[in-house]
Design a protein around this ligand. Structure first.
Ligand SMILES: Cc1cc2nc3c(=O)[nH]c(=O)nc-3n(C[C@H](O)[C@H](O)[C@H](O)COP(=O)(O)OP(=O)(O)OC[C@H]3O[C@@H](n4cnc5c(N)ncnc54)[C@H](O)[C@@H]3O)c2cc1C
Length: 436
């Protein structure tokens, strides 16, 4: 096996794999590798999420511009890719409910954002409670936003299929390979895998999800940022609840600054129903269990105390929310009661099986504030994608095309044909649509 590459992508989640997919069509003569520590792609967050292909109504068109555009076009692209590859995809919609009158104003804002982000009248509609009762008799709320253009998918299967397409086009996937060190030696990256094997690269793309900040820090980039990890847990519901509603149900966030805190009623693409996720603070991007969290507790606390996260830890509202989330992890009923507010029929006693938890890593700036959008950092030999959060899976394809185009335009990685056909899409057409 060659150990010298033109480009190494660190991270075989849905982002790194989508980037490799486009590069595999555009830069056929280059030696490219995707490196991931896990035994399969999408092993972490990309394979452990809610599985929604989100319509972009929750995203402020100014503050989350790239994510909103990517989500809008991502929906169509995943639908097309799923049809082509015979992968599961359902256009099953979502209902966002407001439990109090004041929440209706928030729904109106979401409607406006959705339209600004490209949704049409037929895709999204405000509904008052009596009208909703006729469609979804079990839901209790004051008002609702019915988003018809929202879907469900299996992002593990999508990522796996993109990996196979990339591999057919010559990209190497080095799995079970953790990047343990990176050094710039004479203008080339020496990348150490699993503390022993060495590979060499001219250029690095850092798409390492929950470790992206750590990788950037290793080479002296983005040092004023740090991150905080939250474990999102789910509960599976029994078969008798699988027809309780026709669509998934989300509720207007109680704390707009922390929109990921309110668990939803989720219908998965295979028809199973779950409740979740909550957002329990943990000490590692892989803090699924106690052992990992105990191991990482001291190093993570020290890192946080030395950085802007210190202000977050001592913020009263953050502390209260964190305690609530920890309670919701320790007590099943605390979490399920949040969903019972809009689906009162659920009996907590009938819910006994946990779902698969996934971890979200949110970046914090030097003032202790959560950064709302994705962050790009680069130097002449590397490009870093930090804070790539929800709806990151939905937007992964157009977002990756955007990154590849940006690198090509900067001459970092000259494309052989920016007009290449990339599976069902012409690259230039995707870029035209994004027009950012
Ligand atoms: C609970 C939850 C629910 C969500 N629900 C949705 C949803 O319904 N719809 C949606 O669109 N988005 C959703 N998201 C967001 C979405 O899942 C993420 O934005 C997306 O998966 C991020 O992809 P990624 O490739 O950047 O990260 P990851 O999937 O985390 O991939 C990063 C990869 O890098 C690898 N890596 C890290 N460090 C190293 C290293 N040192 N060496 C080698 N490999 C390394 C990891 O093993 C990992 O495989 C959700 C997120 C969470 C947490």
């Amino acid at each position: 096996m060659t150990n010298t590459f033109d480009l190494v992508i660190i991270g075989g989640g849905i982002l790194g794999t989508s980037i490799s997919y486009f590069l595999s069509f555009l830069n056929k003569s280059k030696q490219i590798a995707v490196v991931d520590q896990a035994r399969s792609v999408a092993f972490h967050t990309s394979g452990r999420n809610t599985g929604k292909v989100h319509a972009p109504y929750l995203y402020d068109p100014e503050r989350k511009k790239i994510f909103a555009k990517a989500a809008f076009h991502g929906y169509e692209m995943w639908e097309e890719y799923a049809n082509l590859k015979k992968l599961p995809f359902k256009k099953d919609g979502v209902i966002e409910v407001s439990l109090e009158e004041k929440g209706t104003k928030v729904l109106e804002k979401y409607l406006k954002w959705g339209k600004q982000n490209g949704l049409q009248d037929k895709d999204i509609k405000l509904i008052e409670k009596n009208e909703l009762k006729k469609i979804e008799p079990e839901i209790k709320c004051e008002s609702a936003l019915y988003v018809y253009k929202d879907g469900s998918a299996d992002y593990s299967k999508f990522t796996d299929s993109l990996m196979r397409d990339s591999t057919e086009n010559g990209i190497k996937f080095l799995l079970n390979s953790k990047v343990t060190d990176i050094k710039n030696v004479d203008g080339k990256w020496k990348i150490i895998l699993n503390k022993q094997q060495e590979i060499v690269a001219n250029y690095i793309i850092n798409a390492a999800g929950g470790e992206a900040i750590d990788i950037a820090h290793k080479i002296g980039i983005a040092e004023k940022f740090t991150d905080v990890h939250f474990r999102g847990e789910y509960w599976k519901t029994p078969k008798e609840y699988h027809n309780l509603t026709k669509t998934s149900v989300y509720s207007v966030p109680e704390y707009p600054d922390y929109p990921f805190l309110d668990p939803h009623w989720i219908i998965r693409v295979d028809g199973g129903c779950e409740i979740g996720p909550n957002a329990v603070p943990v000490f590692s991007p892989y803090g699924y269990n106690k052992i990992e969290n105990i191991k990482e507790f001291i190093p993570k606390m020290l890192e946080m105390l030395r950085s802007g996260a210190r202000k977050t830890i001592f913020d009263k509202q953050f502390q209260e929310l964190a305690i609530n989330e920890i309670r919701s992890s320790m007590s099943k009923s605390v979490m399920i009661n949040r969903v019972k507010r809009f689906l009162p029929k659920i009996d907590t006693g009938k819910i006994t099986e946990k779902g698969t938890a996934g971890i979200r890593s949110s970046v914090i700036d030097e003032n202790g504030k959560f950064v709302p959008d994705v962050i790009f950092k680069n130097n002449s030999m590397s490009f870093h994608i930090l804070n790539y959060n929800s709806p990151g899976a939905t937007g992964a394809l157009p977002f990756s095309a955007f990154i590849v185009n940006r690198l090509n335009k900067q001459g970092m990685f000259e494309s052989e044909s920016s007009d290449a056909q990339c599976g069902p899409w012409k690259f230039s057409k995707i870029i035209e649509k994004l027009a950012l």
